[in-house]
Design a protein around this ligand. Structure first.
Ligand code: DLL
Length: 434
């Protein structure tokens, strides 16, 4: 039976949800106009006044906010309350440039806990569960976000953070963890380490995995579920908007429901900014309508996704976002063709006997882009003949070419020779960016 944290809102009729969103949006816009000079200036430039925004239908009149705006106002320029009301700061990892800072009031932390509690309840967790948190604690929102969300549900939280994988497995085994949250790539690394320690999924008590913070494919889900003996769920979020819990899967696992009473999503054409209809792929944009300290207006996430409002078997009415293909800044353009690392992952894992560890190396030789895909072979294949390894390379080459539409050099490498990651995995080395 489907379980809800707050059925009245998660399954609210659409017209009720819309009027709540419209009310909260108009209030938020008024507040940022009054309290944040940056928003006031941008709205004045666009010729929009707070009174022009009375419903969700008016959203498109507002200017976008992008990562550069956050950098330009670093550190606190977009905060809408005084620092005396701010009780927590987090920061984005800053892998794609200068870091940005986000702030939370006490109410914002409550909102965040609620969002994560809804997700965990949809995943079947309750106060009888033990939650092993292996997201990093610190400025990254993964650790503390899931920590307080799980406590809110009443789960027994085990705040392990990242690192020391063998010890993590001992903790999972000895403390009887029934749920785990970490990046999907780290879940695979845990499974691999467990095997090295001579343990199987029958030696642990895990039932549920809460995975997000990086793109992962359905094929990866199958591998993780098989290796750890769990049901793996997807959770989405970003620091700028609140952290994990912006969207979450339900039992249907056909997309993630967005907590629409807090965040209004839109999909836009990343080149023109035009709002696209549901079902069309584009860049995901969020407007925060309940946040006090850091209420972003039409924030361009750079995540490429599709929104679908359809009747869900779980009963929730919140719109669903399909698994994001990746970020527009992770998208590689190789000889004019758009390539997401997640597409390569999908091809590799669908072929069966390759491992989920891979790396894309992009370079430019004689003014032409080159793509090499290094894939770890499974330990069983390692003992095979050179001939059969070559055969495997050509099978992968053909599959990659037919899916991506470009040729790639495939290089099979020894088991465990590629780097493992405790947080977000890095799958691309782009030497053209030197
Ligand atoms: O990664 C927050 C988070 C922590 C989400 C734990 C889920 C679980 P940032 O470090 O700001 O915040 O990175 C946000 O990560 O824009 C996406 O590109 C990517 N991302 C997050 N969740 C998913 C997901 C956290 N489920 C960026 N699938 C986002 C694909 C995801 N990508």
């Amino acid at each position: 039976m489907e379980r809800y944290w707050d059925k009245s809102i998660e399954c609210a009729p659409l017209h009720e949800l819309r009027s709540l969103q419209s009310f909260r949006l108009s209030q938020t816009v008024r507040r940022v106009y009054e309290n944040v000079p940056y928003y006031r200036q941008r709205m004045d430039e666009a010729g929009v006044k707070p009174e022009d925004i009375v419903s969700v239908k008016d959203l498109h009149k507002l200017p976008f906010t992008c990562k550069q705006d956050l950098r330009d106002t670093y550190p606190y320029g977009l905060f809408a309350v005084g620092m005396d009301k701010v009780v927590r700061l987090h920061a984005s990892s800053g892998t794609t440039g200068k870091q940005i800072v986000v702030g939370y009031t006490k109410n914002d932390l409550n909102t965040w806990e609620e969002c994560c509690a809804r997700a965990l309840t949809a995943f079947g967790c309750d106060n009888t569960d033990f939650m092993h948190v292996s997201y990093g604690y610190g400025l990254f929102t993964g650790g503390l976000g899931m920590h307080y969300g799980a406590e809110h549900v009443g789960m027994t939280v085990i705040p392990v953070s990242v690192g020391n994988t063998k010890r993590q497995i001992t903790v999972i085994k000895d403390f009887g963890s029934t749920a785990i949250c970490c990046t999907p790539s780290y879940a695979l690394h845990l499974a691999e380490t467990m095997e090295e320690m001579g343990l199987t999924k029958d030696d642990i008590n895990l039932k549920v995995g809460v995975f997000g913070a990086e793109p992962w494919t359905e094929e990866m889900r199958t591998q993780i579920q098989d290796k750890l003996g769990i049901k793996a769920y997807d959770i989405y979020g970003l620091s700028e908007v609140i952290g994990p819990g912006v969207a979450y899967e339900c039992s249907a696992q056909t997309g993630m429901h967005i907590n629409e009473d807090n965040f209004i999503p839109e999909i836009i054409d990343p080149d023109t900014g035009e709002v696209l209809p549901d079902g069309v792929q584009g860049e995901l944009v969020f407007t925060c309508i309940t946040k006090e300290a850091f209420p972003l207006i039409r924030y361009r996430t750079r995540d490429i996704a599709v929104l679908k409002r359809e009747k869900c078997s779980c009963g929730r009415t919140f719109i669903k976002m399909m698994k994001p293909a990746g970020r527009s800044d992770d998208m590689l353009i190789i000889r004019g063709v758009n390539v997401f690392p997640s597409q390569v992952e999908s091809v590799l894992l669908s072929l069966g006997n390759t491992s989920p560890y891979y790396q894309l190396i992009v370079d430019r030789v004689n003014n032409s882009d080159t793509l090499e895909i290094q894939v770890e072979i499974s330990p069983e294949m390692f003992s095979d003949t050179v001939r059969s390894i070559e055969d495997q390379e050509s099978i992968i080459r053909a599959a990659v070419e037919s899916t991506l539409g470009i040729a790639a050099k495939i290089k099979l490498v020894e088991p465990k020779s590629l780097q493992r990651f405790e947080g977000k995995a890095v799958h691309v080395i782009d030497k053209r960016k030197k």
